[in-house]
Ligand binder design. Structure first.
Ligand code: UD1
Length: 376
């Protein structure tokens, strides 16, 4: 049986791989091996997502951990080369734009192994963002470019990608959201936190460009504490952000604003329960811009650009930058009931994992007959 290796490493990867893994398992046409690089290693940044998403434990765990970009990427490459030589996959599948993604792309293409990139073609056009470099390199090396939206197809064509490699499959992360919503809705998260449906905001921050500069982070926290003067703000704090807040003495923002409530990073289902009932989300995350569009919850993106423009053109997202005054004004508008109303983009329908599984089978020349023979 032909073999696919999936690479996951960091939190936003898990919800993208789960639906693909599930769809391939259901077809029983391909063998699959799940490799976790260990870029994220805290239980709350990693393990909980496997149980929440029904992902099997990875067959291979590399335990790479943290480090500079070069260290993390290089260590991952050395380990993956060993794994690919041992397992001899016919296809390596990578998702998203984290360091584990680009490391796997470089290793598989140098070994002559076919490469598929899920979430291809997204561009912020800012090389200051490490993820943008990872996206450009990974796309350049990929044999299958699986895109979440039509704008991504256009970006790839503009860069000269072979149109035959580009496949619009829709947003696979939304597959996970739709498959999990009912279970999430049953969790008593709001009750535990003591907040009412549509009576609170949620905030997440972790981009180095936002949290590594104490002046900028202080400005963001001042704007967010304004929001907290109107509604409770639940703030699951990423490890990087927690470290910066404590090192830079910014904890006073939380002492002054009792309604600004830091909590530990949350599991997938808990966080979905929280975001789906929020009145407003403030974030610098890429995935959350998409999830809020799928949920119809107003989102303010605290960045100067987005690689996911469809969430602005069709969804509930507004890119408001990092100026505290602008954030305060935009948040007031949403809290006064003037948040954006959006619609669901094309192919954000919960079936992207199935489309990807079909494409992989076709790409690897696995026919219906082979499937039947394999399962006989
Ligand atoms: C990575 C991704 C980013 C993604 C984010 C989601 C890259 C370049 N960036 O950023 O695109 O949006 O994951 O979270 O790949 N740490 C822990 N425990 C962990 C993981 C990290 O304490 O489980 C701390 C460490 O101090 C580490 C820092 O967080 O140095 C940053 O982690 P890293 O993996 O380098 O990048 P993220 O900022 O998480």
């Amino acid at each position: 049986m032909k073999k696919v290796i999936h690479i996951v490493g960091a939190r936003p990867n898990f919800m993208k791989v789960a639906p693909i893994h599930r769809a391939i398992a259901a077809r029983n046409q391909l063998q699959q091996v799940l490799v976790h690089t260990g870029q994220h290693y805290d239980v709350k940044m990693s393990d909980v997502f496997f149980s929440d998403l029904g992902l099997p434990a990875p067959e291979v765990h590399l335990g790479i951990g943290s480090g500079s970009h070069a260290q993390q990427t290089a260590k991952t490459m050395v380990e993956l080369e060993r794994v690919f030589l041992e397992h001899k996959p016919d296809l390596v599948s990578v998702v998203g734009d984290v360091n584990s993604t680009v490391a796997a792309a470089l290793v598989s293409s140098k070994l002559g192994i076919a490469l598929a990139h899920v979430e291809a073609g997204l561009r912020s056009y800012s090389r200051h963002q490490p993820e943008e470099i990872n996206r450009v390199v990974t796309d350049r090396l990929s044999d299958l470019l699986l895109t979440p939206s039509r704008d991504a197809d256009a970006n790839l064509l503009k860069e000269g990608a072979d149109p035959e490699r580009i496949h619009f499959v829709g947003n696979v992360m939304i597959d996970s959201l739709l498959a999990s919503k009912e279970r999430a809705d049953q969790l008593p998260v709001l009750k535990t936190l003591g907040v009412e449906p549509r009576g609170y905001a949620v905030c997440t921050l972790h981009r180095p460009s936002n949290v590594d500069d104490p002046k900028l982070l202080g400005g963001l926290l001042s704007a967010i504490s304004h929001v907290a003067s109107r509604v409770p703000v639940i703030f699951p704090v990423h490890p990087r952000t927690r470290k910066m807040i404590s090192e830079q003495g910014l904890g006073s923002w939380f002492e002054r604003s009792p309604n600004l409530r830091p909590v530990d990073p949350m599991g997938y289902l808990e966080f979905l329960a929280l975001t789906s009932q929020a009145k407003l989300i403030l974030t610098d995350s890429g995935g959350l811009q998409e999830e809020t569009t799928a949920l119809g919850v107003p989102c303010l993106t605290l960045r100067e650009n987005t690689e996911r423009p469809i969430t602005v053109e069709q969804g509930t997202n507004e890119v408001v930058g990092t100026d505290p005054d602008r954030i305060r004004e935009s948040a007031d508008r949403v809290l006064d009931g003037q948040g954006k109303k959006g619609r669901i983009p094309e192919y954000w329908d919960g079936r992207s994992g199935e489309r990807i599984a079909d494409l992989f089978a076709r790409f690897l020349g696995v026919s219906e007959d082979a499937r039947r023979a394999a399962s006989a």
